[in-house]
Design a protein around this ligand. Structure first.
Ligand code: UD1
Length: 330
């Protein structure tokens, strides 16, 4: 198949582009490189021994998209802003980029006769939920503008499927972590405030010791539980989702269903490295839910997908990537 990947130079996109190339697909990446990395795509192509086409552009440019969509069978739409905290500060940027950009993409797909899409959604569509593990039917109470844009993106696709007979699949990512087994592609540590990059940053510079956000939650060890999924498992999920060609929109959780606490993650790193993660216990972070876990059964039933990589592999691969690339792609 010929596949257009918007945002294909990002952390998740690069892993998926690599898997697509290895599976023999033709790939066109449209990325404005505002956060994506040219070097990451170069490495993905090198590992796969195959090349992809790269179009450096914002998805807001419909003419560029129409050109890039020539001969394309399916789109995977990764391109979006993804920082929850930033979306609380500047909601309008998220509405313009995530919703406006997506509307431009959908129009260009209509103009080009492309009717299949896999969409990067997020567990953020759920907001705070009482029932765990979370089933797909629970969606609809996002706690942030970011989560709202992800939910509304899904709703746009629901209408495109309904009105235009598209085949659309939304993948609600839980917490993607880890790196490619080669150690050559991964998530640059400078990328943000998520737990895994923070742990690696703390190892790099003890002055950046991380704070464990809350040790008094009603969980087995008092720290938050999250459903971490290895980025390579998540990537394989996209290839499975591409096989769904039935008209209609469906949304799936992509997680393991086996949550881990913050403490367990730190223990995992300490076991692997033999060194203490520089950290202190601190107060809860505003907006954090005590626990999140996916019910992954619907995606499994529809595609046979199963996440096979365990916590050790998440930690080991993150560490391998970090030690080989202490300055990210620079
Ligand atoms: C965040 C986003 C979510 C996004 C996900 C993956 C929020 C509210 N949610 O989820 O939408 O899909 O990242 O990109 O931002 N922790 C610490 N100390 C740290 C950093 C994190 O204790 O310095 C803890 C957090 O309290 C949390 C866990 O580690 O319990 C994971 O945090 P993080 O990686 O930021 O992901 P989420 O907050 O779950």
């Amino acid at each position: 198949m010929r596949i257009l990947a918007t945002g294909g130079a990002g952390y998740i996109g690069t892993h998926v582009v690599l898997d697509l190339l290895e599976a023999g697909h033709d790939v066109v990446v449209v990325d404005d490189f505002s956060t994506g990395e040219r070097q990451a795509l170069a490495r993905a192509q090198e590992i796969a021994g195959q090349t992809c086409e790269i179009v450096a552009s914002d998805i807001a440019d419909g003419a560029v998209l129409r050109e890039a969509l020539q001969g394309v069978d399916a789109v995977i739409h990764f391109a979006a802003y993804k920082r929850v905290g930033e979306s609380m500060e500047r909601p309008e940027h998220y509405f313009r980029n995530n919703l406006g950009g997506m509307a431009t993409l959908l129009s260009a797909m209509v103009d080009s006769g492309v009717d299949r899409i896999v969409y990067s959604s997020s567990a953020a569509v759920y907001g705070t939920q009482e029932v765990l593990p979370i089933p797909e039917a629970a969606a609809g109470r996002p706690d942030s503008p970011y989560g709202l844009t992800k939910l509304q993106g899904e709703q746009m696709l629901e209408w495109m499927a309904d009105r235009r007979g598209w085949s659309a699949t939304s993948l609600r990512y839980f917490n993607p972590v880890g790196a490619h087994a080669s150690g050559h592609i991964g998530e640059p540590v400078a990328n943000g405030a998520n737990l895994f990059p923070r742990v690696l940053d703390a190892y790099a510079d003890a002055r950046k010791a991380l704070t464990v956000f809350g040790t008094d939650y009603d969980t087995p060890d008092g720290t938050c539980l999250r459903d971490y999924i290895h980025v390579c498992d998540l990537s394989q999920g996209h290839l499975k989702a591409l096989e769904l060609t039935e008209p209609g929109h469906r949304a799936f959780n992509v997680g393991t269903g086996r949550p881990h606490s913050v403490r367990e993650i730190l223990d995992g790193f300490e076991r692997h490295t033999g060194r203490r993660v520089p950290h202190t216990d601190g107060p809860r972070r505003a907006g954090d839910v005590p626990a999140a876990a996916a019910d992954p059964s619907r995606f499994h039933q529809a595609t046979g997908f199963e996440a096979t990589r365990d916590l050790d592999e998440m930690v080991t691969s993150a560490w391998r990537w970090f030690t080989q690339n202490t300055n990210g792609y620079r």
